[in-house]
Ligand binder design. Structure first.
Ligand SMILES: NC(=O)C1=CN([C@@H]2O[C@H](COP(=O)(O)OP(=O)(O)OC[C@H]3O[C@@H](n4cnc5c(N)ncnc54)[C@H](OP(=O)(O)O)[C@@H]3O)[C@@H](O)[C@H]2O)C=CC1
Ligand SMILES: C[C@H]1O[C@H](OP(=O)(O)OP(=O)(O)OC[C@H]2O[C@@H](n3cnc4c(=O)[nH]c(N)nc43)[C@H](O)[C@@H]2O)[C@@H](O)[C@@H](O)C1=O
Length: 322
């Protein structure tokens, strides 16, 4: 426990999602007793009046903004309007309501796709807005960049203390395992499970298999989020500068090719067939490795390695996938 006391009122927006559920688990594990949550059915975060009324009634001290319209490369490419509109609306509503209701610390979750497609690798926080974005997720990335700018602008104009954390690609139990709309790792787990169960000789992997991705287990991400929200005032204050966005990367600092990822999933699940690459599907960004110097410098490092994390996820989901 740190800056947030055990009875602090903490609103986790998106608590049923991959990230939000991991954050609730972590806060509960640490002994937090005053969590505030609402399902999508109970509170539609696109509705600004409903969000204002909810904040006015519940008065959270802290907010983790883990609700968003989220999906993999194909979902982003197929529903660009939904991705930019819903994300802008959700984050605008929550950030404004947090300000008007005196929330102390808010942590906004963005994504590594905010950085330019051809950013230097690994990508430091300072490469934000230094080059063109990857087209397959530009609407989503621009919404997330607007969220960072909102946090920074509110901090500067209103003296709020909002932080924007940019996780790398995430995975874990509670992920979306849909074959079309999900991210690569849950999709590969599901496809591999089906291939094994049906005795298939081949497994179709999208794209060329050469792009590289960095993957972080959701429980590690949750630990990093709570670690940041619990920083002492002085250290937290160093992240909120007048001259730079209040931005921090969360990742492992290590990446693998999509081919290596598919091979690792095959090893964990026990699939021995061939990988076939469907190059009619987009590759997306060639590489987006996070520079995690800033986060490591504060004293946080990931603990669950990739193969271990895939094994943990597989153990938890295998009975529900095929
Ligand atoms: N997954 C990843 O690889 C990465 C995720 N992130 C970021 O982490 C955050 C969480 O992502 P993740 O957990 O993966 O996503 P999920 O889709 O698993 O969870 C998002 C949650 O937000 C809720 N939500 C969406 N729209 C609304 C709405 N209008 N009203 C109320 N609730 C809503 C969803 O509820 P429902 O399902 O009922 O709609 C869901 O519970 C996002 O900001 C994302 O950008 C960043 C980097 C990588
Ligand atoms: C988190 C992040 O996630 C998204 O960006 P992405 O990393 O490009 O997305 P992805 O996980 O879907 O794919 C990664 C790579 O994997 C390849 N790939 C192979 N086979 C499958 C497959 O079966 N499914 C998927 N989805 N991808 C596959 C795929 O072709 C690509 O080369 C954005 O939402 C972005 O906005 C964002 O923030």
């Amino acid at each position: 426990m740190g800056y947030m006391k055990s009875d602090a009122r903490i609103y986790v927006a998106g608590h049923r999602g991959l990230v939000g559920s991991a954050i609730v688990r972590e806060l509960t594990r640490l002994g937090y007793t005053n969590l505030v949550t609402r399902t999508h059915a109970e509170l539609d975060l696109l509705e600004s009046e409903a969000v204002s009324a909810f904040f006015a009634a519940e008065k959270p001290d802290f907010v983790v903004l883990a609700a968003a319209k989220v999906g993999g490369i194909l979902a982003n490419n197929t529903y660009p309007a939904d991705f930019i509109r819903d994300n802008l609306d959700i984050q605008n509503n929550i950030i404004e309501a947090s300000y008007t209701n005196g929330v102390d610390r808010l942590l906004f979750l963005g994504s590594s796709c905010i950085y330019p497609k051809m950013a230097p690798q690994p990508m430091p926080e300072s490469c934000l807005l230094t080059g063109p974005l990857e087209p397959t997720n530009r609407p989503y990335a621009l919404a997330k960049i607007a969220g960072i700018e909102m946090c920074w602008s509110y901090n500067r104009q209103y003296g709020t203390k909002y932080l924007a954390a940019m996780p790398t690609n995430l995975y874990g139990p509670g992920d979306n395992f849909d074959l079309n709309n999900s991210h690569v790792l849950p999709a590969l787990i599901r496809k591999t499970a089906v291939a094994k169960a049906t005795g298939a000789k081949e497994l179709v992997v999208w794209g060329t298999g050469t792009p590289k991705r960095e993957l972080l287990y959701s429980d590690d991400l949750a630990q990093a989020v709570v670690f940041l929200m619990n920083l002492d005032e002085g250290t937290y204050g160093t992240l909120l500068s007048e001259t730079e966005p209040p931005l921090i990367n969360i990742g492992t600092g290590e990446d693998v090719t999509i081919r290596e990822l598919a091979e690792t999933v095959g090893r964990v699940i026990g699939f021995e067939g061939e990988l076939v690459f469907d190059t009619t599907k987009p590759d997306g960004t060639p590489r987006k490795l996070m520079d995690v110097t800033k986060l490591n410098g504060l004293g946080w490092k990931y603990s669950v390695g990739l193969e271990d994390g895939i094994r943990r996820t597989w153990d938890l989901v295998k009975d529900s996938l095929v």
